[in-house]
Design a protein around this ligand. Structure first.
Ligand code: FAD
Length: 515
């Protein structure tokens, strides 16, 4: 069996991997994390999606254990502002659609148009987000009665692939605090940290990695090397020369400028969602953490200079950020062709990344780690495990690429060259046919990207109807059916939304109590 795991890189990917591998295999493996003192982690990556709870659950952590230490908040979905037209917003929530007489409520909504806001009419989350409510009551109960929480998370550990029910929320957290928290957690459980730079990568006669050469600690040897060095891909791309497949022709946003803005939460409120506000050459994220806001402008360098982007971001944020230094980031959009090559597995930005519009970076990390555990090699390095791993990692990011392309293709906004070009840009193979199909029949599980990529048909429905730029039609069958049950369901959602907004505490109130 392989015993010595060497992780190079100590950002979110490095420490999530170290903590998870120790949780999975305990002391049957040795985990060493080599982390540079000089090269800072990327410092962004603060919004997640709802499957992240399996990660914390697998580590045996409860919200009270880690959320206050990472300034974490709840995220019930993403609020898209101005993607259709100025002043318009809609939510992509973590909420599956209700089904009435065999048709999702979306189909009924397109048929009946009971209101002008699809998200408010079909989901509970929209009202809860608008009203800045917590998803939990002050006594800790979840608002979502359908979801039965695992009473013994530390004994029954679930993973992504066992997400049977849709958990109603994810988290926002401070990336640096989380990496620090996980580092401490992993080291308490036996992971070893080496604070040093990797200067060179040693190879054996097969061309596989035998050791990494550090500046002050000599050679660090291992059986399996995990590349968590971020966009550099120091092991996988530089040493092993595995090619990188760019998604630039489909997704041109290649740059970001970010700010950390301290805020008075009590006065401003704490909206339980990420906001993505469309701009002239991209969009701005707003991530409310406990005590500050993480914000940044993701843009295409073909349409905006860094100076222009920073100006736009500062105007958007206002004077609160005047003294804050902006962090300019060049993004590598796409994926390493094979994330696992020889005895090296890339996890995190070294493996692949798409712009953070649907907060998928940390999801890719979690997926990569879980798949690694499921396909963990023995000493014979069975290539079938490696191939299966590579397929599953590639499919996840390819699916998300397609979902993101839908956001630009589907946005009704058409007021400048950037948004007009978004409608004519090249799309990934298979997407055009799928979109054509959705014009006649709204997306279903069998008509979206066919492999696991974290999103279900309801997400496609939410963004398609929210963005408003693509034509959709009601299912003809509905005109022949009695719609009374659908009317009742729409009324039920209105009543439940109103009651929840009344009875739930504000997110600020709930988290302040936790703190
Ligand atoms: P990094 O954070 O870059 O860490 C690299 C590590 O490698 C560092 O510790 C560094 O010291 C080390 N290293 C590098 N070279 C050497 C060397 N020679 N020797 C030793 N150590 C070395 N994801 C989400 O899920 N949600 C989001 O909202 C989100 N927003 C994002 C916004 C932007 C603008 C960007 C660019 C990314 C975003 N992401 C998001 C992605 C997320 O930030 C990353 O997936 C996550 O932070 C993991 O990064 P990483 O650990 O792979 O790389």
């Amino acid at each position: 069996m392989l015993k010595r795991i060497v992780i190079v890189g100590g950002g979110t990917a490095g420490w999530m991997t170290a903590a998870y591998l120790r949780a999975a295999f305990g002391s049957n493996i040795a985990v060493t994390v080599v982390e540079s003192k000089r090269i800072a982690p990327i410092g962004v990556g603060e919004a997640t999606f709802s499957t992240i709870r399996h990660f914390f659950g697998f580590l045996g952590l409860r919200e009270e254990d880690w959320m206050p230490k990472c300034n974490a908040t709840y995220k019930l979905g993403i609020r898209f502002e101005n993607w259709r037209e100025p002043g318009h917003h809609f939510y992509h929530p973590f909420e599956r659609l209700r089904v009435v007489d065999g048709f999702p409520l979306t189909d009924w909504w397109v048929h009946k148009r009971p209101g002008d806001r699809f998200d408010r009419d079909a989901f509970l989350m929209a009202a809860i987000c608008d009203a800045e409510r917590s998803p939990r009551y002050l006594d800790g109960r979840l608002f979502e009665q359908d979801f039965v929480e695992n009473p013994e998370p530390e004994n029954i550990r679930t993973t992504l692939s066992e997400q049977g029910t849709q958990f109603p929320y994810a988290y926002h957290f401070d990336a640096a605090l989380l990496a620090g928290f996980l580092a401490e957690h992993a080291m308490e459980r036996g992971a070893v940290q080496i604070l040093d730079d990797v200067l060179d990568v040693g190879r054996d006669q097969r061309g596989w990695i035998s050791h990494v050469q550090t500046r002050e600690h000599g050679q660090v040897e291992g059986d399996l090397f995990i590349d968590c060095t971020g966009f550099r891909g120091l092991l996988i791309n530089q040493a092993l020369e595995e090619p990188f497949v760019s998604f630039q022709e489909n997704l041109p946003n290649d740059s970001a400028v970010a700010l950390r803005v301290p805020v008075d939460m009590e006065q401003r409120g704490l909206r339980p969602c990420t906001t993505a506000t469309a701009q002239e050459a991209g969009w701005i994220w707003t991530i409310p953490l406990y005590g500050r806001i993480g914000t940044g402008y993701v843009y295409a360098s073909d349409y905006s200079s860094p100076e222009e982007a920073e100006r736009t971001l500062r105007e958007f944020v206002g004077p609160e950020a005047d003294d804050m230094e902006a962090n300019h980031i060049k993004m590598r959009i796409g994926r390493t062709q094979r994330s696992w090559v020889g005895n090296c597995v890339a996890i995190g930005l070294s493996s692949g990344f798409v712009e953070p519009l649907e907060s998928t970076g940390i999801f890719f990390i979690q997926h990569g780690i879980e798949q690694l555990v499921k396909h963990f090699p023995a000493g014979d390095w069975d290539p079938v495990l490696q191939d299966a791993y590579n397929r599953s990692v590639a499919q996840a990011i390819e699916g998300v690429r397609e979902f993101l392309v839908l956001h630009y293709r589907g946005a009704a906004r058409n007021d400048n060259q950037y948004w007009r070009d978004a409608k004519t840009r090249a799309v990934p193979d298979g997407f055009a046919e799928r979109l054509e199909q959705w014009h006649s029949k709204l997306p279903t599980e069998s008509s979206i990207f066919p492999h696991y990529h974290g999103f279900e048909a309801y997400s496609y429905l939410a963004v398609l109807l929210g963005l408003g730029g693509e034509p959709v039609k009601p299912a003809p069958a509905l005109a022949l059916m009695d719609g009374t049950a659908a009317d009742k369901e729409f009324q039920l959602i209105r009543d439940q939304s109103r009651d929840l907004v009344k009875s739930l505490p504000s997110q600020y109130e709930y988290l302040s109590q936790m703190h």
